[in-house]
Design a protein around this ligand. Sequence first.
Ligand code: SF4
Length: 369
Amino acid sequence: MNANDTLVEQCVGRLRKLSFAIGAYRPPSEGGAASLLLRVSENCPWNRCSFCEMYKGERFVYRSVAEIITDIDTVAAIRDELASLSRALALDGLVGRSLGAALIKAGPDLAENQSFVTVFSWLAAGGKTAFLQDANSVIMRPAELVVALQHLRATLASLNRVTSYARAKTLAQRQPDQLRQIRAAGLDRLHIGLETGDDELLTLIDKGVTAAEQIEGACKAIAAGFEVSEYWMPDLGGRERWRAHAQNTARVLSAINPHYIRSRPLAPRRGTPLFDEVAQGRLHLSSPHQRLEELALMIDGLEVTSRVCFDHAMNAWVDRHGALLLRQDYEGYQFPQEKPLLLERINEGLAVAETGHVQARRLMAVKSL
Ligand code: SF4
């Protein structure tokens, strides 16, 4: 064994002892493995939405600032270990393929070590973005969130964007000053689950928020300087409420005018109340054409300057050539300029037979569960 092998082995030994909390979920648009995941709280403090299986059966945990700071320091310790080994191996301090190969050769178990893999992938991608988990980071007491963010930004100075999930209800309860302080401390973008702007449907799905609170929370966040990404769920009201769902969602999103509007078509998940409603015939899912009609109504009602996105596999309608009907990239369609184009594409989708849509097969699979 030469001197370098010994250095690598020693480094592997130290890395094995370094771990921090990482949750399961983040939005696809937040960089995949390029984003550092940090858990500032665990699970969902609400946990009642009838369509959501993400944290069912999991108890909400409010993490202390001390625990979060320890985790941030652990990330920094892993980063420093990697940089120092890279320099010792004459790799210029770079974290990349050669360094990874040397470490995995000496410690194959590191490939399964979530803390190591997360920090390594994040640094290999430039160490630019972080996502704070889990479902509602702004539930933290504002002063504590500010301290955690300040420590994050001071310790991991390569970060140029920090984002998180937030509930509109919690944002509506915060004072404008508190939101401004959180923004100034370094939280840049909030991902909010609107789902629908229809009050009746919000009650039925037990979202715990009204349309007026959705508007208030998101508008406060935008006024405080956050970038806001809103998620809505086509077909959430099924055939029973599709029209009110589309119209009121357009109304609420127009009042908010968020930076991003992202479509997440309903896919009932086993173990949720909504799944049982579908299985028992109390909620009837729309066909691919009916979903497109609902989409057309919602899009037509949108008076926004947002980017309207379809960055999820369930937005899988096709055109007459069998190609994806709607772009699925993270930046989507710029409104209002591309609104006519989007409506045109929806019409194109309506010209394709129902059975031709990839979505038809996915819906059939859902219905046969
Ligand atoms: S607030 Fe979000 S994470 Fe929590 S139950 Fe509702 S959809 Fe799920």
